[in-house]
Design a binder for this molecule. Sequence first.
Ligand code: TXA
Ligand code: MG
Length: 348
Amino acid sequence: MKVLPPTAEGLRAAVGWLEASRPVGMPTETVYGLAAPFDDVRAVSAVYEAKGRPHFDPLIVHVADPDQLADVAVLEMFSATERSRIRQLVDEYWPGPLTLVLPKHPVVPDLVTSGHATVAVRCPDHPVARALIRQLGRPVVAPSANLFGQVSPTTAAHVVEELGDRVVAVLDGGACSVGVESTILQFKPGLPPALLRPGGLPIVGLREALGPIALPGEGEPVVAPGQLEHHYAPATPMSLWSEPLHALPDRTLLERLGEEERPVALVVFEDRSDEQRQRVARVLGEHVRVVPLSLDGSWVSLAQRLFATVRDLDRSVCTRIIVEALPHDHGLAPAVHDRLTRAARGRV
Ligand code: TXA
Ligand code: MG
C-alpha cells in the first residue's frame, strides 16, 4: 500500500484510484475510512472484500458538504417539524462526528445499505476527506479501514498495518483528532430518534435540540446491523475491572495479579505523576506495566489515544490487557465504554 501525502498530487493520485474502482484509505476526524465512490458497485464490493466484511453490514455514505444530504437521502415522508429538526442537526453538527440514518434515495445502491430502505450519511470534519470527495465529484462510502472486527485505525500507519497489500493507497491526514467513530442516530417518521451507536459526538447536547432519544436496549431493539459483540477485539485477552486502580487496596492487587509472572498491561485513565506506576511496581513488581490513556486528564485525549493504545499493547510482549474502571462523567464516556466492552468481549 502506498502512503500518499495530503497534497494536490496525493489527492490527484487518490482520485485516480477511486475512478478506477480501487478503494483508498482516507483520514477523517474520527477514524480512518476505506473510501470508494458510493455509486460504483465494483468499487463498493472491493471495500467489503478488502475488509473481509459480511454484506449484511451496511456502509456509511460520506458527503463533502452538508447540502449534499438531499442527493443520497429523502426527507419527504417526515413531518415539517421532523424535517426541521433534522436540518437543524445538520446545520449545527456537520461537518462533524454525527451519522444520520434516513430513508435512502434511489441512487444509493442496495449493496451500500445491505438492502435496507435507509442510508447512513455523514459529513466528515477533515479537510483531506472533504477535498477528496469534492475532487471526485460524488460522495464516497467509507467504513473504518480495518479488517472486520478488528481495532479501528487512527493513523495512516495503522491502515497499512491492517490492510497492507489489500488496498492500493492511503492518504495520510495525520492522527485522528476525535479517535472514536461517529455517533449514529436513526430517524423514522413518527418515532423519536434512536441512538444506534454512541460515538464522538456526545448526545447530551443533542437531547436539547431533539427531545427524547431512544437508547440501545430501550423499547424495540434498535442496534446498528453489524455492531457485533466482538468488534474492536485485539488478539491479546482483555478484561475490564469494575473498580478504579486507586480504590483497590494492596491486598486485592496482590490477590488479582500477585501470581502473574509474564508481562501484563494495566491500563488507567491517566497517570500524570507516575504515582500509580510506582505503587504497582512496589506491590506487584515490574512485570505489571501501568499504561495511561489520557495524557492530560481529559476525555478528549483519552478518546484520541484509545485505539492506538489497544493496538500497541496488542503488539507488545504483554500477555493480558486489563483496564481499570473508567468514570462515566463525560459525553465521550458512552462511546469509550462501548468500544472497551466490545474489545473485552464482555469480559469484566
Ligand atoms: O466515524 C465513522 O463513522 C467512521 C469513519 C470512517 O467515517 N466510519 C465507520 O464505519 O465507523 P463502519 O462501517 O465501521 O461503521 C458503520 C456502522 C455499522 O455499524 C453499520 O451497521 C451502521 O454504521 N450502518 C450503516 N448503514 C446503516 C443503516 N442504513 N442503518 C443502520 N445502521 C447502519
Ligand atoms: Mg468499523
